[in-house]
Design a protein around this ligand. Structure first.
Ligand SMILES: [Zn+2]
Length: 227
């Protein structure tokens, strides 16, 4: 029964295409994961920038509020002094002490705002630098994926030709096993062992495999066996 042996030969060709498809798909998946990781790094830098911008706005607003308060106090001092009374002068002195204290705080805030601004600029630079890296990475990855997809298309086309030479019964079993062991459903008899899982095969089964006349599978891993 030469026909079955020929079917097995063609099935090896089918498997070769399936293995190439599996590898190309793995490379697409890996590349997509790497692109996602690169994007996550960019987003982390963007989040850091947003955080620093919020900090800068907060300090800026605090400073603005303090300036407003100082202005009100200045007005109050003028008013008290304008009263021309001893009590007024005393109150004005107290207010001036408060103004001095607030002005000190204002200076500290100015320093803090300047630091926050520098931090924002540094974070912005980090985002821009990494964005360029990410964009280059993403563009290179897109090329890798395009090439892998072209491989898959070509392999699928070649596979269709090989599949036509495999008897339907064998092909059906192969498809089932291939779903479980992608690209590795068909394996060789290696001495007395299954080439897929290395379990020992009995003598009867080994003889049947060598005859290449029927579908024979490993009891342990279910793979199809051939010489
Ligand atoms: Zn096995």
């Amino acid at each position: 029964m030469a026909e079955f042996a020929e079917s097995l030969d063609s099935l090896w060709a089918v498997q070769k295409h399936d293995l190439a498809i599996v590898r190309a798909q793995d490379s697409i998946d890996k590349t997509n994961r790497e692109t996602a990781a690169s994007l996550a790094k960019l987003e982390a830098r963007q989040a850091k920038l947003a955080e620093r911008q919020a900090e800068q706005r907060k300090l800026h607003n605090e400073h603005k509020e303090l300036e407003g308060e100082l202005h009100r106090l200045d007005e109050r001092v003028k008013q008290l002094e304008g009263q021309g009374t001893e009590a007024g002068m005393e109150a004005a002195t107290k207010q001036r002490a408060k103004i001095d204290e607030m002005e000190m705080k204002g200076l500290d805030l100015i320093t803090a705002v300047a630091t926050a601004e520098a931090n924002v600029e540094a974070a912005k630079a980090e985002v821009e630098a990494y964005r360029a890296t990410h964009e280059a990475t993403a563009a290179a990855h897109a090329e890798v994926i395009k090439a892998a997809e072209a491989v898959i298309d070509a392999e699928k086309e070649a596979r269709a030709e090989s599949v036509a030479n495999v008897v339907p019964e064998l092909l059906q079993v192969y498809e089932e096993v291939n779903a479980r062991h992608p690209g590795k459903a068909l394996c060789h008899l290696e001495g007395e062992f299954c080439g897929g899982c290395q379990s020992e095969l009995n003598t009867q089964l080994q003889m049947q495999i060598r005859a290449r006349k029927e579908i024979l599978r490993c009891r342990n891993c279910t793979r199809i066996l051939d010489v």
